[in-house]
Write a protein that binds this ligand. Structure first.
Ligand code: TGC
Ligand code: FAD
Length: 392
């Protein structure tokens, strides 16, 4: 990739709604992304490799468990800080943000919220330091949008349980030391368990051939009569609301993150359009180019305001799951549309790794699918406003 000349855009002065601490966090994460991510992300994607050195850096900038209390190793920050971190990481690459959001929202959050004191003390500080990496197993080969139907289950054997089944499309699986797994017990009730790498019968085959999120490791979780100690089961949660609560936190982070990808595409398109001369003029001088750019900054600005407000509600514990769904759906679609338009502005150069556009565009095809597809989030809004369930 060429030099990272990214400039932030804040058309409605949303910065005035942030604290000095928020802005300092943003500068610190942005500087780390410029120094450690931008120079190697293109090659990592081309080779479909997750650069493991990012783990130490992510831990150092506080991207693992930003809002987990300090007594458990987290940074004890507010929800807007968490969002800002996700935005800056996804400005670098959605796969990088994925690694941090899975560790924070899908592994540390459930351990902190549903775990026993022993589980919290055992895992959270090490996850925050990046000494261990976690993943989150909900989706199965036959149950994606409808996780309630999952068939992975465990049987009570006295002091331990025996786990059987498989999870698919799991971010971080190939590099994970632990997996937060959602499975049914003997009564058909969904429970959460912590499965550790090294437990006999537990494997994590990597998923190859992705055209999207290539700098993020994705895999399966396969459980073949895995003996899991009972103390690894979350004591404080039963039912689908357990994993779905974790998704609220991750979807919130994605709503912020998508703005980062959109800003990177817009910024690159704006700069390119002023430099690229056709018909004796910069292409920015043509009305059709200006229409694209003006619509991009309009949509980014709307998303920035929406997401800031969601952050305030989240800080006050008032953000509803449906409000989070609306922001995730809107912002990811906005970012994907902007990536496609930015690709047009870059002409042929837009398909090369010289610019970040095509990489963001391909990544966002996953982001619009995972954590609930675009249409599932629409139906969540539909249910919220009509009271009628249109899922089944
Ligand atoms: P439903 O009957 O509506 O709900 C079952 C129970 O759950 C409660 N609930 C929630 N609780 C907390 N937060 C939410 N967002 C919740 N939504 C529902 C609900 O109140 C009920 O509680 P209770 O006490 O009555 O039992 O469930 P349903 O089976 O009809 O499904 C609803 C649906 C379709 C919306 C849901 O299953 C869904 O969201 N599907 C999408 C699946 C999904 O998002 N999977 C994501 C997998 S993880 C992932 O993609 C990680 S990518 C990570 C990365 O790399 O960044
Ligand atoms: P399906 O559920 O089969 O959906 C296919 C299509 O049907 C979609 O367009 C969907 O909107 C539509 N559809 C389904 N039901 C309805 C309905 N009722 N009404 C209207 N349309 C409907 N999962 C994890 O558990 N952990 C992870 O870490 C994780 N990481 C991922 C990383 C990547 C790169 C990807 C691609 C996925 C990841 N996932 C993960 C899985 C992800 O959450 C699922 O892919 C997603 O929930 C959709 O499930 P599915 O792929 O089975 O699609």
């Amino acid at each position: 990739m060429g030099a990272d000349n990214f400039q932030y855009h804040d058309y409605y002065l949303v910065d005035e709604l942030l604290t000095e601490e928020h802005k300092q966090i943003r500068e610190m994460v942005r500087a780390w992304v410029k120094k450690e991510v931008s120079p190697i992300v293109e090659e990592a994607c081309q080779k479909a490799e997750f650069p493991r050195q990012w783990i130490k850096g992510l831990a150092e900038i506080g991207a693992f468990g930003p809002y987990i209390p300090q007594e458990y190793g987290g940074a004890g920050l507010d929800q807007i800080s968490y969002g800002i971190i996700m935005q800056e990481l996804e400005r670098g690459d959605s796969g990088l943000r994925s690694t941090a959001s899975v560790q924070s929202s899908l592994v540390m959050y459930p351990i902190y919220t549903f775990g026993s004191e022993e589980q919290k003390r055992k895992y959270l500080p090490r996850l925050a330091k990046g000494e261990i990496i976690g993943c989150f197993g909900l989706t199965e080969p036959d149950y994606g949008s409808n996780p309630a139907g999952m068939i992975t289950r465990f049987t009570d054997k006295g002091d331990h349980v025996v786990l059987n089944g498989a999870k698919m499309w799991i971010s971080n699986a190939p590099i994970a030391d632990i997996a937060v797994v959602w499975a049914k017990d003997d009564h058909g009730e969904i429970r959460g368990l912590i499965v550790e790498r090294g437990m006999e019968g537990f494997t994590t085959p990597e998923t190859h051939g992705k055209w999207s999120l290539r700098a993020s490791a994705t895999g399966e979780l396969v459980f073949d009569n895995v003996k899991v100690p009972k103390e690894n089961i979350f004591p404080n949660i039963k039912g689908l609301k357990g994993p779905l609560s974790c998704l609220n936190s991750a979807r919130y982070g994605i709503a912020w993150g998508a703005i980062g990808a959109a800003l990177d595409c817009y910024d690159s398109a704006l700069r390119y359009s002023k430099e690229r001369i056709q018909f004796g003029k910069p292409i920015a001088a043509f009305q059709l180019t200006q229409k694209k750019l003006a619509e991009m900054i309009t949509e980014i600005t709307k998303a920035q305001v929406l997401t800031w407000r969601l952050g305030v509600l989240k800080n006050e514990n008032r953000a509803t799951p449906a409000q989070i769904s609306m922001a995730k759906r809107n912002n990811v679609h906005m970012a994907l549309t902007i990536a496609r338009e930015a690709r047009q502005i870059h002409g042929g150069m837009g398909i090369t790794g010289e610019y970040p556009i095509m990489r963001h565009m391909m990544n966002l095809e996953s982001v619009i699918t995972y954590e609930g597809t675009h249409d599932i989030h629409l139906l969540i809004t539909g249910l919220d406003i009509t009271g009628i369930n249109a899922f089944s």
